[in-house]
Design a protein around this ligand. Structure first.
Ligand SMILES: Cc1cc2nc3c(=O)[nH]c(=O)nc-3n(C[C@H](O)[C@H](O)[C@H](O)COP(=O)(O)OP(=O)(O)OC[C@H]3O[C@@H](n4cnc5c(N)ncnc54)[C@H](O)[C@@H]3O)c2cc1C
Length: 485
């Protein structure tokens, strides 16, 4: 589990120099102070939100961020044509209530979707909430019944402690794939629910437990609206409903400005956390600092890369070690115009073949150029982890030609982002749990260990796995600490 003490000490001894950051056009370095009230590990949305709230509460804070940028799994990439594209988080939707402070616009949804199944391409009009792909009617009935059952179970879940549900352990004994095999076994039904697994978790249905899926559905709502599967999967009325003008990358940038760049140390991967008489000593690549409290604003599998003295409790170690990040990438093809719109296509595809099996129109709000975005998910991502970007481009462009015709063959630019290969993410969008993890070790998810508190989207009550959940987790953990300090 994680680093051995010997190897992590070696890493700790490699503590070097100042941290440097380009944000967005100048280089910034932070001197690490001797001590602060709270050290936040990670400058994703969770860590930035927690820092902002703690500062508002009068506490001194330093964020230690491993990368040379803020945002974690949120990232705007500049394009050659002067635009930007989001290679991480992109969409927002109803019941994701946390204020972003930015303008949003509706995800392009005019015209038909495409189903590519058994080597056949069919256009169809998606009818909210789930849309009705033109597949076998009996299979659709099975999917509808499974959806109603999953929603009903999710409706019984207490989102602050899903593991308290009397059936949690039973649900956690089987994979989502086993549930599908029992409840929605017609080939088309299995295809649709497997795609749900891929698109929500970037994981195959055989990799995640049924209980994990149920609690995730429960979290797709807010204090007044229960979570539902269709809110997760839908474009209108669901979590893909809207996009952010200028790209979601602006959200962490704005938050970082509020926190103050002088309170964020970059290139500061934390390697060791040691309990002392007065609090904690935190060793990072950018220097050592003392703090009364620590917030770990990271996905559980990344916490496992930090050496703790004394060790974290067994349940927390198990949670960190047994959950794993989904496998996800994005392939974004840029064109002079969104040519598919003229053919009355909204660019939303589901497919059983190819490298990208779920796509969206990624064009900016002013449609000054066109962009197709395809997710590379689960097994398809892993198959390409070791391939070159050129090979991925060839594979994805050929998918786009199958879906959208010959005009897709010659993008003006092609962007590939592989989150699996990012050492400070290890995959995305969220840490998923196989059977017999969450029902057993779940209570450790938000439980502080001494002065160490846990944030990150995985620890949210609502919108686990999403930006909204990350913000909620940051707010919750700041409150927790302000009540103590
Ligand atoms: C391809 C993709 C698509 C997505 N789509 C959506 C979407 O459409 N809508 C949506 O709401 N969400 C989406 N998400 C999920 C969303 O990005 C995350 O839920 C959210 O950004 C998580 O924020 P966080 O602060 O919890 O974690 P992170 O963003 O992972 O932040 C953790 C930070 O900790 C840092 N770190 C790691 N290890 C260390 C260490 N040892 N020391 C110091 N720092 C460390 C990391 O560099 C990172 O900055 C998507 C994600 C991806 C990748």
């Amino acid at each position: 589990m994680g680093l051995t003490i010997a190897s992590s000490l070696k890493f700790c001894l490699q503590v070097i120099g100042a941290s440097w950051f380009v944000f967005p056009t100048f280089v910034f370095s932070v001197a690490i102070p001797e001590s602060v009230d709270v050290v936040v590990v990670g400058a994703g949305l969770a860590g930035l939100t927690a820092a902002k709230d703690l500062l508002a509460g009068g506490k001194s804070v330093l964020i230690l961020e491993a990368r040379n940028r803020v945002g974690g799994k949120i990232l705007n990439r500049p394009l050659k044509n002067g635009g930007v594209t989001e290679v991480g988080a992109e969409f927002v939707g109803p019941t994701q209530d946390k204020e972003l402070g930015l303008k949003t616009f509706t995800t392009y949804n005019e015209g038909s979707n495409i189903l590519y199944r058994s080597n056949s391409r069919t256009e169809y009009v998606s009818d909210p909430p789930l849309g009705v792909p033109p597949v076998d009617l009996l299979a659709l009935q099975q999917v509808a019944a499974a959806q109603a059952q999953l929603d009903a179970w999710a409706g019984e879940i207490n989102v602050t402690a899903p593991w308290m549900h009397p059936k949690a352990k039973d649900w956690d004994n089987i994979t989502f794939a086993q549930y599908i095999a029992l409840s929605a076994f017609f080939p088309d039904a299995k295809f649709l629910l497997d795609i749900v697994s891929k698109t929500l978790f970037a994981a195959e249905s055989k990799e995640i437990s049924l209980f994990y899926v149920i609690q995730y559905i429960a979290s797709a709502g807010n204090e007044t609206t229960k979570g539902s599967l269709s809110r997760l999967t839908s474009t209108p009325g669901g979590s893909q409903e809207s996009r952010v003008e200028g790209g979601t990358g602006l959200i962490p940038q704005r938050l970082a400005e509020k926190v103050g760049l002088n309170r964020i140390a970059f290139n500061a991967a934390v390697a060791c956390i040691t309990k002392t008489a007065a609090g904690y000593e935190i060793k990072s690549k950018a220097g050592t600092i003392k703090a009364k409290k620590i917030i770990l604003a990271l996905s559980p599998p990344l916490i496992n890369k930090i050496a703790f003295s004394p060790a974290l409790p067994f349940a927390r170690q198990q949670l960190n070690g047994l959950t794993k990040m989904g496998s996800i990438g994005k392939g974004i093809a840029v064109y002079d115009s969104p040519f598919w719109r003229a053919s009355k296509l909204n660019a939303q595809v589901i497919s059983d073949k190819g490298t990208t099996r779920a796509t969206f129109d990624n064009t900016p709000v002013d449609a000054s150029y066109g962009a197709l975005m395809g997710f590379i998910l689960g097994d398809q991502m892993r198959a390409f982890d070791a391939k070159s970007e050129a090979e991925i481009q060839t594979a994805i462009v050929s998918d786009y030609v199958r879906y959208f015709g010959d005009k897709a063959a010659k993008p003006t630019e092609f962007i590939v982002q592989r989150w699996d290969l990012e050492g400070f993410s290890l995959g995305a969008p969220v840490a998923v749990a196989p059977p017999r993890v969450l029902s057993i070790y779940g209570p450790a998810l938000r439980k502080p260990v001494g002065g160490i508190h846990f944030a990150g989207t995985e620890t949210a009550d609502y919108w686990v796995g999403y930006m909204d959940g990350a913000i909620r987790s940051g707010q919750r953990v700041a409150k927790e600490i302000l009540a103590l300090l």
